[in-house]
Design a protein around this ligand. Structure first.
Ligand code: C5P
Length: 296
């Protein structure tokens, strides 16, 4: 039977702000976060062939039990009641366990590419709910750009986009377990009510470079994760010393990023910080364009 194949990008995200409110009866925590896609990406090769029985395989160089990209393909095949062989190959560049949404973006890439390869449609609202079942960050990657995430992070709202900004990302190879990071916050009984994030966003000048977002960029996980891993706090201090306008840990760690007023300043910082790489923000328009090209 004939196959169809696509090579698609799966971009990483940063949390530009991350406030954790309280633990809910379902065990998850209510959040307020601002997501932002960046240029760092994995590349997925996805092949779809109709078959008598379904078989989904995923190779990515490392063994990931219960792989979320494979589960995304299985969810769509079940939704369509279609039998097919789906082969996914992932060229990994996004560090795993870095708070960069590596697994979630791989899953979203499968959800975006497979309908095109299978020549099948999925209602957009249904696609969002399949994404949310796979993981809290997956729905964001269906659209990319900048977005406010509420509830588990899956309830998304438009948020003012920063100007394309240049930054440095440091991934020191420390794996922080997300469930452990939430537990360490100790929000199980307590309810935290930070200032409403949308109101605080009014302090951000429209279309500003991220380096000017200043105090808006706060991450509730930093205190506990930095206590366990003081080297991450040292990276943040170094980025600020080298002129970053903002520096923060992403998600529950362990990546730390800094944004600079100019690309030249970001480059200069990248040269002196070990395990660092240059990044750029990716707008919703750029995200859509990259996807349009990949599926052409
Ligand atoms: O949805 P996701 O797979 O990203 O969640 C991983 C784990 O992180 C959950 O099982 C839960 O322990 C924790 N989590 C949470 N509150 C959230 C998101 C994740 O407690 N909003």
């Amino acid at each position: 039977m004939s196959s169809s194949r696509a090579v698609v990008p799966a971009y990483a995200k940063l949390n530009l702000a991350l406030r954790v409110l309280h633990k809910r009866p379902d065990g998850f925590h209510d959040l307020r976060t601002v997501f932002q896609t960046i240029t760092l990406h994995d590349t997925l090769e996805i092949e779809f062939t109709r078959a008598r029985a379904s078989a989904v395989t995923c190779e990515c160089g490392v063994d990931i039990p219960n792989n979320i990209a494979a589960r995304a393909a299985e969810s769509l095949l079940a939704e369509w009641r279609v039998n097919a062989k789906v082969r996914i190959r992932i060229e990994k560049r996004i560090p795993m366990g870095g708070g960069l949404g590596g697994g979630s973006t791989n899953a979203a890439a499968v959800l975006l590419a497979l309908p095109h390869l299978a020549r099948k449609r999925v209602d957009p609202l249904r696609l969002l709910s399949i994404a949310a079942e796979l993981g809290s960050d997956v729905p964001f990657f269906l659209r990319g750009g900048t977005a406010l995430g509420l509830s588990r992070g899956e309830e998304l709202y438009p948020f003012p986009e920063p100007a394309v900004s240049h930054g440095v990302l440091v991934a020191p190879g420390i794996h922080v377990s997300t469930p452990d990071a939430f537990r360490d916050l100790g929000r199980d009984g307590a309810v935290m009510s930070p200032e409403p994030m949308p109101a605080r966003s009014w302090e951000i000048p429209a279309g500003a470079n991220l380096a000017a977002w200043g105090r808006f960029c706060e991450n509730d996980f930093e205190a506990s994760v930095f206590t366990r891993h003081p080297q991450l706090a040292a990276v943040k201090r170094q980025l600020l010393r080298l002129g970053a306008g903002v520096s923060m840990m992403s998600g529950s760690g362990s990546s730390v990023f800094g944004f600079f007023a100019t690309q030249a300043e970001a480059r200069a910082a990248c040269v002196v910080i070990p395990s660092s790489r240059l990044i750029r923000t990716l707008t919703c328009e750029q995200y859509r364009e990259a996807w349009r090209k990949a599926l052409e």
